[in-house]
Design a protein around this ligand. Structure first.
Ligand code: TRP
Ligand code: ZN
Length: 875
């Protein structure tokens, strides 16, 4: 049977306001996968019950599968009893309760979209979130249809010895012709996006975890046999995650097994499929030889993230995709808290804020801005964004701050009591927090519906002995939201007295002193807070802990910032003061006022005294010594001047290095020679030593030193710190060093990705041609998302000065690449578009060049994914 299809129409916009509950519920689904090298036959047998309406049943189904047969209650349907559309299957008349059997045929080997059932490294695997299940069978592919799944997989035993699906394992056995089968049963009703299946030849690392109620859970990580030695950290992280969720939220695991499979072709980081997580190898494999300290942290964070989804996402899931942040924002908050508890809270916060500013702020300030809970979309895959994830996590963090940790924990308990087993909304979560705390979150809810980054302006006034802080909030218009309302936000501030001690002055109005500062409630457009009897010379420390995702302008002088860098008791505020201190000066230089090589006295002195500071944590010290990135400086300019930023930042770094050469050398030497460990102290030392290395790279003997740093390193953190510098240098040995690194690591995909990335980020003037050449390198695989992103995203998203080369070659390179990848993997192509939408803040000539690149791309685009973003970017 091969029904003809309707022509592919452009995708319709979906609106939150149009939500309707599903017409049918599904009690059980039995899936049978008959896997062959060139095809897969899927038989799906479901028990459906009508919930409302009469007549037809409409199922979702994509264009890449072939419908073989349909039967209702065992009776095969004829061609006139159903209609096969481009994206739906409509069965014209069905009873109120019935069994539906659908057989489809798929071609996993041809699936380069990496969505639905596909092949990676010789293994079958699936990716169903958000709407991949509809490429496996016809089904109501929406998160509010929850069913119990039983899965049977049949495949060649020699080639596919491992057969996995969700839930607990059932029967296994041999079949004729060298085939075998395995059955899996998942007792927890789940939406189709959480379905997963894997069949292949995989190595296995096994362990176990005993839960708080004494149940023993079998833990397995499956990866290519040769990678098994790099799975220990992921396994340890999994066990820590399981213990942490019990200790922190009283949440216990609920199946007998927890399986993780690492695959090298994956569109995102990882996927929380019930009992069968599928991971990008990037977030599983780690060894001291091949992974940096940051990589280890990411492995732990993502392992935690997917594990925590078991409750926030799986047990309680989303009613519809507009509620995506219900699971993602909350789960990011949970993984951030987990990582804070496992590592250093102060440094973790700073890393998270940096990531938010780097990824989310530009999104919120540009053509792709959308609320944490969007109201409309064309392609849902385009809404797995920094706003939904990272700003969503900040929204949860603000609730946590506003109602306090105890009430927050009660709110979580209440949320699970009320909604376990349900598909719910962001509003249900907020209600649980409100009911548990008694705090009115009415105005606070606007954080879910209003896009844009609020801007705070904080000014000071002295009256008698009192210090008054005036706080003004505003928010620029975003697409579709010209008027903005005032938001309710927590603003934590401190007062640092002249001698460096913390001062607690009585505060009038909506302010309350807590352990870490005074928590001000910001509610109105303009508010004032009076601190009584504050001695002259006291410096306010503003937005401690980054308690709200806002930008801030204040009237602190360079001297006051320098004072905070030395004395602020809040690590985040201290780092922030350093960023402003360096940043204000550099921006003034970039605009033409002054030379970067001649910083004012207080900045020079602060840098110098930091170099010999032995009290502050070394990881924080590393961050206090590091200049703001070119990108973060660029974000503070109304008109972005990439070349000027690059020039002045290099100028100041070089000046600091030359002025303090002996001190930098001495501190670097002190930190050298330590043996490798992964504890916080060792990581902090490497961080500091590698920041110092960057300064040393400006000194005359740099080449020998940096190359030596690379050659003597016994770990990838140190190697990469040197390689980044080498790639951006014109050391005579540069090319030779890069070639040697490649030769050494060419068999390790994740390290080869790093090799591409450092070259994509290189600020050498020939960067565009270098990237073009690297795209011809035999190891460059455009269809592999990790490899593609290692070169192209690092160029377009991290290499500000060269992406914006004045002739527009960087823009054209990115646009051409997107057009090419669009035909292979639209989802991944779409994730490269954002940098081309940032033309509004460019100097005029470059604006025109970027828009021309976008228009050229629009003319070639095939997918709805890329089209949606390119059109928004141009408008
Ligand atoms: N839910 C996944 C997570 O955040 C995200 C994800 C994995 C995803 N693969 C995807 C989202 C593919 C969209 C498409 O953990
Ligand atoms: Zn997630």
């Amino acid at each position: 049977m091969d029904a003809s299809r309707a022509a592919v129409a452009p995708k319709q916009e979906i609106r939150l306001a149009d939500y309707q509950p599903p017409a049918f519920s599904i009690d059980t689904v039995d899936l049978n996968f008959d896997l062959h090298d060139e095809s897969a036959i899927v038989t799906a047998t479901s028990r459906l019950t009508r919930q409302h309406g009469t007549g037809t049943l409409i199922l979702d189904g994509g264009p890449y599968m072939t419908l073989k047969s349909i039967a209702v209650d065992g009776k095969p349907l004829g061609g006139n009893e159903y209609t096969l559309g481009a994206e739906t299957l409509t069965i014209h008349a069905v009873p109120d309760r019935f069994t539906l059997e659908i057989v489809t045929e798929l071609s996993p080997k041809e699936n380069t979209r990496l969505e639905g059932l596909y092949f990676s490294g010789g293994n079958f695997c699936t990716q169903c979130e958000a709407e991949g299940f509809r490429h496996i069978t016809y089904y109501p592919d929406r998160p509010d249809v929850l069913a119990r799944y039983t899965v049977r997989i049949q495949a060649d035993k020699a080639r596919y010895p491992t057969l996995l699906s969700n839930g607990n394992p059932g029967e296994t056995g041999d079949l004729p012709d060298g085939r075998h089968f395995a059955e899996w049963h998942d007792p927890h009703p789940k939406p189709s996006y959480l379905f997963a299946m894997v069949a292949g030849k995989l190595g296995r690392l096994s362990d176990s975890f005993t839960t708080c109620s004494g149940r023993e859970i079998a833990l397995n990580i499956f990866a290519a046999e040769g990678d098994l030695g790099k799975c220990d950290y992921a396994m340890a992280s999994l066990k820590r995650s399981m213990a942490w969720d019990e200790d922190t939220f009283g949440l216990e695991y609920d199946l007998d097994v927890y399986n993780i499979v690492a695959v090298s072709d994956f569109n995102m980081g990882a996927m929380e499929n019930k009992g069968l997580n599928i991971f990008n190898t990037k977030y599983v494999l780690a060894s001291k030889e091949t992974a940096t300290d940051a990589d280890f942290d990411h492995v732990e964070g993502v392992i935690g993230h997917e594990y925590f989804h078991n409750w926030t996402g799986n047990r309680v899931t989303c009613r519809d995709w507009f509620q995506l942040s219900l699971k993602e924002g909350l789960t990011v908050f949970r993984d951030q808290e987990f990582s804070s508890d496992m590592t250093s809270r102060a440094v973790k916060r700073l890393d998270d804020v940096r990531a938010l500013r780097m990824m989310q702020f530009p999104e919120d300030g540009g053509p792709l801005a959308h609320p944490v809970r969007p109201e409309r979309y064309i392609e849902i895959n385009n809404f797995y964004t920094a706003t939904v994830y990272n700003k969503g996590a900040e929204v949860i963090r603000m609730m946590h701050r506003l109602i306090g940790p105890d009430a927050f924990r009660h709110g979580m308990d209440l949320y699970f009591q009320r909604h376990d087993g349900q598909a719910v909304t962001c509003e249900d979560f907020t209600c649980a927090m409100e009911d548990a705390s008694g705090v009115d979150l009415k105005q606070f809810r606007l954080w879910y519906s209003q896009a844009g980054t609020p801007a705070l302006v904080i000014t000071r006034e002295r009256e008698g002995g009192d210090l008054i802080l005036h706080v003004e909030q505003s928010c620029a218009p975003t697409p579709g939201q010209p008027e903005k309302k005032n938001l309710h936000m927590p603003l934590l501030v401190g007062l640092v007295a002249k001698d460096g001690s913390e001062l607690r002055a009585d505060v009038s109005g909506t302010g309350e002193w807590t352990d870490d500062g005074c928590l001000l409630q910001v509610i109105d457009a303009r508010q004032s807070y009076r601190f009584k009897n504050v001695p002259e010379g006291t410096v306010p420390s503003l937005l401690r802990g980054f308690t709200a995702p806002v930008t801030m302008r204040h009237d602190l002088t360079s001297e006051e910032l320098a004072f905070l860098v030395q004395h602020d008791g809040d690590a985040f505020a201290r780092w922030e003061a350093a960023q402003y201190m360096y940043g204000d000066f550099l921006l003034a230089c970039a605009r033409g006022a002054g030379k970067a090589e001649a910083p004012p006295h207080e900045i020079a002195e602060t840098f110098k005294s930091l170099l010999s500071d032995t009290e502050v944590d070394e990881a924080l010290l590393a961050e206090l010594l590091a200049l703001p990135s070119e990108i973060s400086l660029g974000q503070r300019m109304d008109v972005l001047l990439p070349d000027e930023i690059h020039r002045v930042r290099e100028g100041l770094a070089s000046h600091f290095a030359h002025e303090n050469a002996d001190a930098v050398r001495a501190r670097y030497a002190e930190l050298s020679g330590a043996s490798y460990d992964l504890d916080q102290t060792s990581k902090a030392r490497r961080r500091l030593r590698n920041v110092l290395l960057k300064y040393l790279a400006y000194l005359p003997d740099a080449e020998a030193l940096v190359c030596g740093h690379l050659e003597q390193a016994d770990n990838m953190t140190d190697r990469m710190a040197a390689l980044v510098i080498i790639a951006a240098s014109d050391f005579p040995a540069r090319d030779e060093m890069l070639a040697a690194f490649y030769n050494t690591w060419q068999r390790d995909d994740l390290v080869v990705d790093k090799w591409f990335a450092v070259q994509g980020q290189s600020s050498r003037p020939d960067a565009v041609e270098a990237v073009q050449q690297l795209m011809q390198h035999p190891a460059f695989k455009v269809a592999n998302p990790n490899r593609l992103r290692s070169l192209i995203s690092s160029f377009a998203m991290l290499n500000q000065v060269r992406f914006h080369t004045v002739d527009g070659a960087g823009y054209r390179l990115l646009a051409d690449t997107i057009a090419h990848v669009d035909k292979i993997n639209p989802q991944t192509a779409a994730r490269l578009v954002a940098p081309l939408g940032r033309w509004r803040r460019l100097p005029e000539a470059r604006q025109a060049l970027m828009k021309a690149a976008l228009e050229g791309l629009l003319a070639q685009v095939e997918s709805a994914d890329v089209r949606e973003l390119v059109e928004k970017s141009l408008s």
